[in-house]
Every structure is written in structure tokens, then in C-alpha cells.
Design a protein around this ligand. Structure first.
Ligand code: PAF
Length: 291
């Protein structure tokens, strides 16, 4: 942590559900609206845009940092996932957040924990097909975070678009009394979506990475004018492989809300991609609005 990023001694870090509830309960007693920004830490400008939007929608913002083991597959990067709580806390304090909730794995999943939340439909296909159990892990931890904090609003980035739709569906189905706010993706100047995993890219891979966004943007433009989905998917996949992506898990066009496949865009849709640059899996998506 550099000198410009010291943590004010008054910035609260809650380690237990009871401590978190004490803060949120007191804010609610004062009639204040509370926003929750769930994250896995290694915070960047994308996360801070969620905090900024939270400050706009609520009087108090609490951010959770928890690298959730149950949403990682056995061959995924749980152990390597960046953990920098001190820097994260300093960034949050500077961004105007009011508290950090940083539970340990034992607090989140105590001995004997046996419950899983699964969301059918929107969890299937796309990342759900390539990361078995991932969305059940996300839905389980997000439902717990919502019940632990009891916020009025919770904010999630559109970069994880399927995740956002899974959470919206879950909150509706389980009558969880919270407004879910989706926040647009923050991008580098060359279009690359901000992600904690961008840190894994070599300099050469980093120079190729913006092709992901450029390809989606061009395909979305064509689709909005009525091009067939199959044509754009074939074109986009060949563009990515030619640019240097090692493989494409999926490049698909789905209904913007239900995430059901579409063949021609006649109502709001989303083009979504997951592709590997070396061993790093990047995801991105783009709105397709029919002309
Ligand atoms: O998007 C993320 O960072 C995570 O999937 C989330 C929503 C914090 C759940 O662990």
C-alpha cells in the first residue's frame, strides 16, 4: 500500500455478520437508505463505479470483499485470485464508501453448511455451460450477503451480464426485498473491459485483448440492422481467432432479459463472449438494440 493510500482509522471493517448488522441496523434506524456492493476484492475503477452509483442511490454504502470458494471450479484460479484487503479498504474509504464487510470463509460457510441456491434457466448455457456450479456458487453467496446486510439496493456490473440476470431472477423468485441495480461496464481507453483478471495478461496479450470489445461492437451494429445471428457469430469467432485468441468458449446472441437464444434481433438482445488469451479467460458483452 503506498503512502497516498492510507486507511483512515475510523473506516469500519466488519468481520462478522453481527458487526455488519449493527452498522446497517443503526443506519436504517436513522432512516437512511443503504446500498451493498458485493465484490471479490482486487478493486479497480469498475468496482469504484459501483460504489459511486451506490452513493447516488443511497445514503450509506457498504462493500463486501469475499473471494467466494464455491464459485470457482477445481481447475480455476481460486488460490491465485488477487487478495489485497489493505489497498481495497483504502480505495473504498477514498471513494466515499462507509464500511467494508470482509468475512472469512468460516464466517460465510461455517462447519456443517449444507445449503445451495440454484437458479434454472438464466444460469444455463454461456458461462453456465463452461463453469459447472459457478452460478449456484454465486447465487448462494449473493443470497447470503443480501440476507446478512439487508440493504435497500445492491449493485452489480453489467460486465458479468449472465450473473446480473441470475441475481435478478433469484431476487424476484425468493422475494428478497432489495432493488438490484446493473451498472454499465467500465472500459480502458482502447475498449478492454476492466477486470481483476486483466492483470494475468502479458504485454503481447494485452495488445490483442481490445479485439474482444471491437468485435462485439461491430457485430452488435450489424445485428441491430438485421443481419442473421449465425453470420455474425461465425464472423466474430474467426476475427477473435485471427487476432490471437487461443479459443472461444462461446460467442452468442441472447434475449437481453431471459437469455434465451435468438436467431434474428427483433427485441433488445445481448451479444456475449468468453474467450481465452493464453490461459486467461476474458468475458465481455454488448447490448444489441434493434434499429
Ligand atoms: O462479481 C463478483 O465479483 C462475484 O461473482 C460476486 C457477485 C461478488 C459474488 O461472489
Amino acid at each position: 500500500m503506498n503512502a497516498a493510500m492510507t486507511l483512515p482509522s475510523t473506516f469500519p471493517i466488519c468481520r462478522s455478520v453481527a458487526a455488519l448488522r449493527q452498522y446497517v441496523g443503526e443506519w436504517h434506524r436513522q432512516g437512511l437508505r443503504v446500498a451493498l456492493v458485493p465484490t471479490m476484492g482486487a478493486l479497480h475503477a469498475g468496482h469504484l463505479s459501483l460504489v459511486a452509483r451506490g452513493l447516488h442511490l443511497a445514503d450509506r454504502v457498504v462493500t463486501s470483499v469475499f473471494v467466494n470458494p464455491i464459485q470457482f471450479g477445481p481447475k480455476e484460479d481460486f488460490a491465485a485470485y488477487p487478495r489485497r484487503e489493505a489497498e481495497d479498504a483504502a480505495l473504498l474509504a477514498k471513494a466515499g464508501a462507509h464500511a467494508l464487510y470482509a468475512p472469512t470463509v468460516d464466517v460465510m460457510y461455517p462447519e456443517g453448511f449444507s445449503t445451495t441456491v440454484t437458479v434454472d434457466g438464466v444460469s444455463e448455457g454461456l458461462c453456465g455451460a463452461f463453469r459447472p456450479g459457478h452460478f449456484a456458487g454465486v447465487a448462494t453467496v449473493v443470497s447470503k450477503l443480501l440476507l446478512q446486510a439487508g440493504p435497500d439496493v445492491a449493485l452489480f456490473g453489467e460486465k458479468d451480464y449472465q450473473q446480473l440476470q441470475v441475481i435478478r431472477r433469484m431476487v424476484r423468485d425468493l422475494d428478497i426485498p432489495v432493488h438490484i441495480e446493473g451498472v454499465p461496464t467500465v472500459r480502458e481507453a482502447d475498449g478492454l473491459a476492466l477486470s481483476s483478471r486483466n492483470a494475468y495478461l502479458s504485454a503481447e496479450q494485452r495488445s490483442v485483448a481490445p479485439t474482444l470489445h471491437q468485435t462485439l461492437a461491430t457485430a452488435a451494429d450489424h445485428l441491430a440492422k438485421g443481419t442473421a445471428v449465425d453470420t455474425e457469430v461465425a464472423w466474430g469467432t474467426s476475427q477473435l481467432l485471427a487476432a490471437g485468441f487461443a479459443s472461444v468458449d462461446y460467442l452468442e446472441v441472447r434475449d437481453a432479459v431471459t437469455l434465451k437464444p435468438v436467431s434474428v434481433v427483433e427485441r433488445p438482445a445481448r451479444i456475449l463472449v468468453a474467450a481465452y488469451l493464453g490461459k486467461t479467460r476474458l468475458i465481455d458483452n454488448q447490448a444489441v438494440v434493434p434499429a
